[in-house]
Each structure stands twice: as C-alpha cells, then as structure tokens.
Design a protein around this ligand. Sequence first.
Ligand SMILES: [Zn+2]
Length: 331
Amino acid sequence: MTSYKELGLVNTREMFAKAVAGGYAIPAFNFNTMEQMQAIVQAAVETKSPVIMQVSKGARAYANGTILRNLAKGAVEYAKELGCENPQIVLHLDHGDTFEICKECIDNGFSSVMIDGSHLPFEENIALAKKVVDYAHQFDVTVEAELGVLAGVEDEVSAAESHYTQPEEVIEFSQRTGCDSLAISIGTSHGAYKFTPAQCTRNADGILVPPPLAFDILHAIEEKLPGFPIVLHGSSSVPQEEVATINKFGGNLPDAIGIPEEQLREAAKSAVCKINIDSDSRLAMTAAIRQHFAEHPDHFDPRQYLKPARENMKKMYIHKIVNVLGSNNKL
Ligand SMILES: [Zn+2]
C-alpha cells in the first residue's frame, strides 16, 4: 500500500471548498506522457494554481499505472524544484468503472478517484459509488461520482447520446453515496467532435457554433445542493487555430468542435469547481508536431519535435488556468 500522502499529493476536499467559495474552478488535465506532465506542472507553478492530474483507463493501458503514479510523484518534486514551496497536486483516476480499479488506485498512491456508474440504473449507481466511497474515505481519498450521461468518446468511455442530469435526483444520490463531488451532464461531451454539424449553427466565418450548455439544469442542481462541488467532463474547447494548424500541415479534422470558453468561464463562477480538459492538450501537441515536421523534414530526434509540442501544451494550459478557470494565484 502506498499512500498519496507519502508522495506529497493532496486530495480534492480543501481545494474544492475554496474553489466553490471563490467562484473559480480547478483544472483537471489528463496526462499520458512525461511531456504532458512537465507542461502541466510548469503551467501550474507559473500561474500559482492548484491542479488535478488525471489518468484514464486508456492512459493506464498506454503508459502503465505504476509509471504514471511515479510521474505524479515526480511532478510534486519537480514543482518544488521550480520554486513552488507547497504544490497542490491531485492524482485522480478518471472514469474508474469498477470497484476493483478504484481500490487498486487508492492502494497505489492516487489521492482521488472517479467511480463512473452513470450508465447503470439509479440504485446500482448508488450502490457502486457508496462501496467506493466507503473504501476510499478510510484512507482520506476523495471520490467523484456521476449522475447523467455525456455523449461522445473518451478512451473506452462512449455513449451515442447524452441524458441530462435530473436535478430532483441529486440530493438523494449525494446523501446516500457520500461522494465528495458530482459529475453532471448539462450538454458537454467527450472528444474533439462534440457535436454533429446538424446540431450546430454556423457563424459568419463558417465556423460551427454548438448548442449552449443547459445552465437552467446547472442552476437547479445548485439550488438542490448549495455549495456542493460539481464537475464538468468533456470540456475541451477544441481551439480552432490548433485544428487549422493540424489541417494545414497534413491533418484531416473537418468540423472538430468543442465547448465555447465563455460558457466554461461562466460555469466556473458557479458551483462547478473541476473542469476536465483532455482533447485540447492532444490537439496542441499534434498541431506543434505536425508543423515541426513540415518545417523540418530532416529532423528525427524526438526531442526536436517534443520540445515545441510541450511548449504549445504549456501555453494552452496557462491560457485555460488564467482566462477560463480563474484558478491562478489560488495556492
Ligand atoms: Zn469524462
């Protein structure tokens, strides 16, 4: 058993309480590689922001859970080396789908886990979440549960259509599970193709404009659970300049579309205190690498193209922290 406390990590309890009270949200960035970890830590240190580094099932399959846990341990030490005396870094399991996966992560240094029973009937979702909460809380690990289903594809999580969270269910769900935060479905979506063109309108430049988030549902949930930490998944904005760079240098991502940042900024001012961003990091990395290869066809040292990729991701993370989430200077 490795406690996250030995690794210098923290759970989400205190940072969520502060974020809800302060009207901002904590960034939850997925990571699979050392370069992503470095970019996340550099961005968090430079902006003095708490940060959640999250690991999906796909990340564990790709990079190995032990390696990712040690990267998170390294992240804490790296943040200190960069001059941050008291880094607030959470290592979070994204979309745990069984009790066993959550337990394995809790036993191996994760400070927070998500149990995603959102596809299950209400009673089964409660029973599964409660089982994880009862185990996690023995070790002071915090638990995110989910009510409502997001559309889209994220690693092995996929659903054809979304089902908005029912505000009348959230009180019973949070009380009976004892979860520390609740992921809700209000129109965000996983992946870089969050909406079909048919669901959108086009602006004067021909860029797709997605349907707005269901703020009425968010506000109804906040009324039922005042001050309770709410989480938004699938909240990449799919920056059109990165998509354009990818397409310019040989990529093919027609009509990739995300959640407008103004809507996320508005959500961050409410009880939404964790906003998950994954696709934007993938796009920033891919855009920089495609451009680098196009401009330097003779390069073959991974350091030559991963360095600009890391720089581009860091720029994106800083932009999100400062201009969208508002978590800068909150350490
Ligand atoms: Zn998700």
